[in-house]
Design a protein around this ligand. Structure first.
Ligand code: DNO
Length: 405
C-alpha cells in the first residue's frame, strides 16, 4: 500500500517538510486554481512537481506527485451542454500533459454541483477534538426554510421536516449564516462569496436531468476519455458521492456497489477505475466496503481510508467523521482485502500492485485547532490516521522473525 497525502499546493499550511516528517511516500495534488474544462498547462504541472520535490530549505524532498485529485469534470460535460465537446477534448489533452510529466493516476467525480456536503466543519466531540458532521435536520432546515427550494419538504420524512421546522425557528442568525457557509463549502467557487441565488441557479441548471440521463452522460464521458487514458497507461478513478444519497433534488449516480459495477461494465477497460472512499461510501449501511474491495478490487486504483459514524439507521442519515479505526467500517478487514488484491496483482506481475491510499480527512486535535487548514485536512489528525492505518498494514503483513523457533 502506497502511503500518500493530499497537498493543496504552496498555500497549504501543511508543508512538504511536514509531509516528510509524517512519513508520507507520495503526494496527491491538483491545480485547484484551474477552472474546470480548461487544459492543465504543462508548465504549471512541472511547477507543482518542483514544489513537491523541494523542501523549504531548498533541499530535495524526494517526494513525487503520484495521484491527481481531482482533474475536475466540468458541469458542461456532466450536463452535455455548452462547451462540453471542447471540454472533453481538453480533458484528454490534460491527461496527455500529466502523462508526459510521469503521472498515471487521476481521480475525478461526477457529482452535479456539490462535491462534498457537511453542515458542521468543526463539530466538537466530547474529548475536545473537532470533526466534520452532516446533520440531516440542519440540512433539511437549510433546504426547506433557508434556501426555500420548491418541493424540498417532499424529499425528507415527515418526522425530519417537523424537526427541521422546530430547529429553524430556534436557530440564531449566526448559526443560520454559518450553516449556509458550511453547506456551500462543497460548491464550486465556494471560497468566493456565494449567495443563495447563486446556489439556486447552480441547482436549476440540472432541472430535467434525471439520474438515468446523468449516468448516460458519465458513460459518454468515459467512452470518450478512457481509451485515451488506457493507451497512455493511465488509470482514471471515480470518487463516490459524498454523502451517498440524493441532496437538493440533484441526481446522484455513484453511491453504491451497483453504481460502480454498471460504470465498470459500461467501459470495460482497466483504465476505467474506482476511487474506493470508505468515508463517503461508508455512510450507507448497505455498502459492504471489504466486499466491494474484494469484488471491484482489480479496478480500484486509489483508496481514501476514512471512517464515519452513522447516527441513525435510515438511508439518509446524520453522521460524523469518526477516528480512522472507529465508526462503521471495519478498517482491519478492509485493509486485509486491499492486501489480498495487491497479492493477486503481484502474482500476475501487474505493475500497479501497490495501491495508493491516503488517510482521508482527520479530526482536528492538538495544534490543529490553531493552524488554519482546509476543512477535514488537519496536519496532526491526518498524521494520526496515517499512523494507525500504517500500523494495521504492518501487523497484517508481519512475518515472525522466528529467532526462538
Ligand atoms: C473531500 C474529497 C473530495 C474529493 C473529490 C474527488 O474531502 O474527498 O473533494 O477530492 O470529490 O473528485
Amino acid at each position: 500500500m502506497r502511503q500518500t497525502w493530499r497537498w493543496f499546493g504552496p498555500n497549504d499550511s501543511v508543508s512538504i517538510d511536514d509531509l516528510l516528517q509524517a512519513g508520507v511516500q507520495g503526494v496527491v495534488s491538483a491545480l485547484h486554481h484551474q477552472p474546470p474544462g480548461q487544459v492543465w498547462p504543462v508548465d504549471e504541472i512541472i511547477t507543482r512537481q518542483h514544489d513537491i520535490a523541494t523542501m523549504s530549505d531548498g533541499s530535495a524532498s524526494w517526494l513525487q506527485w503520484e495521484v491527481v485529485e481531482s482533474l475536475p469534470v466540468s458541469e458542461d460535460i456532466k450536463r452535455q451542454t455548452g462547451n462540453w465537446v471542447r471540454h472533453i477534448e481538453n480533458y484528454r489533452q490534460s491527461l496527455t500533459n500529466l502523462h508526459d510529466a510521469g503521472i498515471e493516476v487521476v481521480c475525478y467525480n461526477f457529482m452535479p454541483v456539490l462535491d462534498w456536503t457537511r453542515t458542521d466543519l468543526a463539530w466538537r466531540l466530547p474529548n475536545g477534538a473537532t470533526c466534520m458532521r452532516f446533520d440531516l435536520v440542519d440540512f433539511a432546515a437549510f433546504d426547506i426554510f433557508i434556501l426555500k427550494r420548491a418541493g424540498a419538504s417532499d424529499d425528507f420524512s415527515k418526522e425530519v421536516v417537523e424537526h427541521a421546522g422546530t430547529r429553524f425557528r430556534t436557530m440564531s442568525d449566526t448559526r443560520q449564516s454559518e450553516l449556509v457557509r458550511n453547506v456551500v463549502s462543497g460548491l464550486p467557487g465556494a471560497a468566493a462569496t456565494m449567495s443563495l441565488d447563486d446556489v439556486r441557479s447552480h441547482l436549476s441548471a440540472y432541472d430535467g436531468i434525471s439520474p438515468a440521463q446523468l449516468r448516460k452522460n458519465l458513460f459518454d464521458f468515459l467512452t470518450e476519455v478512457t481509451p485515451h487514458a488506457e493507451a497512455l497507461g493511465m488509470r482514471l478513478c471515480c470518487h463516490p458521492d459524498d454523502p451517498p444519497f440524493a441532496l437538493l433534488g440533484l441526481p446522484r449516480i455513484m453511491s453504491t456497489e451497483g453504481d460502480y459495477q454498471q460504470m465498470l461494465d459500461a467501459v470495460d477497460l482497466s483504465a476505467n477505475g474506482v476511487t474506493l472512499c470508505s468515508g463517503s461510501l461508508g455512510v450507507r449501511a448497505d455498502n459492504d466496503l471489504s466486499g466491494m474491495m474484494e469484488r471491484l478490487g482489480d479496478r480500484v486504483h486509489f483508496l481514501h481510508l476514512r471512517n464515519v459514524q452513522r447516527e441513525s439507521d435510515t438511508l439518509a442519515c446524520s453522521f460524523h467523521e469518526a477516528e480512522h479505526l472507529d465508526g462503521g467500517t471495519d478498517m482491519v478487514s478492509l485493509i486485509q482485502a486491499v492486501l489480498g488484491e495487491e497479492q493477486k496483482r503481484r502474482s500476475t506481475g501487474r505493475p500497479d500492485a501497490s495501491i495508493p491510499f491516503r488517510p482521508d480527512h482527520g479530526q482536528n486535535i492538538l495544534d490543529d485547532h490553531t493552524r488554519r487548514t482546509q476543512p477535514g485536512y488537519p496536519a496532526i489528525g491526518r498524521l494520526k490516521g496515517l499512523a494507525e492505518l500504517r500500523g494495521i498494514e504492518a501487523a497484517l503483513t508481519h512475518t515472525s522473525r522466528g529467532s526462538c523457533a
